[in-house]
Design a protein around this ligand. Structure first.
Ligand SMILES: [Zn+2]
Length: 116
């Protein structure tokens, strides 16, 4: 599970290697698996303790939370177009950006949005 002893502010040097709680060096490792998602972080060479990249870990935990609950969103209108206003936490969890293209798929009467 996620440990609470992250370092929140990292210089580029620190991002390469951090010091583990056991005193050994923990180098930066990309594409580890966490809750079925890919995540970067640090893995200790000695005790094998893993420190997940905090922002990525936060996104994964939020995604898991959002999957379990229904999220309310509001439809708006800009000129003739109906627009869907996505809540901030959805934007953060999915890493969506303004101007990004998405695919819309209709399943029965439901609308599914797929990042393109
Ligand atoms: Zn260690």
């Amino acid at each position: 599970m996620i440990k609470n002893h992250y370092k929140w502010f990292l210089t580029e040097d620190e991002k390469m290697t951090i010091k583990c709680m056991c005193g050994a060096k923990a180098p930066y490792v990309r594409n580890m698996t966490f809750n079925k998602y890919k995540i970067d972080g640090w893995k200790c060479k000695k005790c094998k303790e893993i420190y997940y990249e905090p922002i990525q870990a936060q996104k994964i935990l939020l995604l898991n939370k959002l999957k379990k609950e229904k999220v309310k969103a509001k439809l708006g209108r800009i000129r003739s177009n109906l627009i869907l206003r996505l809540p901030k936490n959805i934007e953060f969890a999915l890493g969506l950006k303004q101007g990004e293209k998405v695919l819309l798929e209709i399943e029965g009467k439901n609308l599914k949005m797929i990042p393109a």
